[in-house]
Write a protein that binds this ligand. Sequence first.
Ligand code: GLC
Length: 549
Amino acid sequence: MIQEIPWWKKTTIYQIYPRSYQDTTGDGIGDLPGIIARLDHIQELGFETIWLSPFFASPQQDWGYDISGYRKIAPEYGRLADAERLIREIHQRDMKVIFDLVLNHSSDKHPWFIESRASRDNPKSDWYIWRTGKGKNHPPNNWKAIPGGSGWHYNPQRDQWYYASFLPFQPDLNWRNPEVKKEMIQVAKYWLDKGVDGFRLDIFHAIYKAEGFQNNPIHWTYIPKEEKYGFFTEWKYTVNQPETIQLAHELRQVFDQYQPHRFMIGEIFGQDEIIKKYLGDGSQGMHSIFLWDLMEFKLKAEFFWRVLQQYETEYPSPLTPVLVLGNHDSRRWIDRVKGDLDKAKLIALLQLTARGIPVVYYGEEIGLPEGDIPAREALDPVGQRYAWAPDWLLDLFGLYVNRDNCRTPMAWDRSQKAGFTDPDVDPWLPLSADPAAANVKDQLEDPGSILNWYRTLLRFRQATPALHAGTLQLLPRSLTQKGLLGFIRKFEDQAYGILINMSATPAPASLPGTQIEIQAGQISLTENSILVGGYSGCVVKLSEKDTSN
Ligand code: GLC
């Protein structure tokens, strides 16, 4: 009997940043009823799973990634009944929904922290990571925070320091305290019991810190990007601890108790060998983990060839790579192709036909432009930290600091506020562009739009086992010299070739194509060869005879 493929392996994920999707109350802030009102858009496109960034109770210092009540909804987004209805409505449309679980830290306004910091001996005193320093100005050790600066913060009430992996108002929970661990697993179960199909796990790699609180090593030589803070400090004792890897495996057991099985997608940073420890053999451990390589893509066949090759080598089936190009923390990738929608179509073609779980960030489907808000005006707390820095300096170091720019409101139509909020209301962040340039309504009516391109690809992927469940075999690297990226997806006797020309010059590939299924740009098919025009791409059906081996 053929083993059934789990839903999450073949799914496609659409990420929503709730604050920016659809406002229904006229306060300029997106909300849960707004998301419900737009579910048809997402279903129509053909996405199968929706991931929502946090909408839980929060003082909104990091726009929801600072939680003050894990079972409560922030009032500006709606009420618990709205979250329950959202889950129901998504399921009624035959889609899945995953929430964002911030296990590493809470807000410093969470009642747990308020209690914890009040004294050294209250019931919650050990719920966070407290250490006595070497005096008021000397933190316990050299541990840094991910966005820079020391991770330790002095608290006069306890005359002690607490550790925060991210910003000072996001104190790290102490997972070595069994009460904390139990409570956080209860939080996950609370939402799973309500029907949520899984979670995206925020900075999961940071959850446990080394018990010995040793200083992190400083090297004056090269340290890979995935292993350091700033330039010289290796994050040896603060992330990817064995206990964190063990926790992924424990959570899997919790998730597997549910039917159908629930799913985890981890935000983890580390080298491939670390990532693979979390993933286990695919049947235990974390289901999937974001891989970041595509986020920094260059429109070059050679670049994509290398990344896909790496994924096939490091994460062969039954592991499933995650194909992600953008999220609420990074510059919109449309900027990498300078807003050129023909080129953007090629990137979408790759993301939705390669082997893996594609994760698309809201707005990518219409080519929503990146905003242009300077760091000195940032609402984003990371952006605010760089308010002093001139743009040229940030550009010089390639730093993306003001995340407001990738979080601007979704554009639904060409009206004044893009249909996001009422025409006379100012959205919480300004629109990134004139809505006439990119909006859902206009693009729906245009068969050649990028929106309809996503729709075509998503639907084809969903209906085609070779694409959502098949193997991937790269065509020879030598083709990349002609600007051509090519691969074959196969499932049983079904085979498709994907060819993407990332150069301006037409390039031939010898493939036994029998039929063009999907195309962007110029494609011509002869008996044993396909000519792919400049910046063009296609999916072709391959004859069974020639591809079976
Ligand atoms: C993750 C989130 C980011 C947030 C941070 C702290 O990286 O994606 O938006 O600011 O964690 O929770």
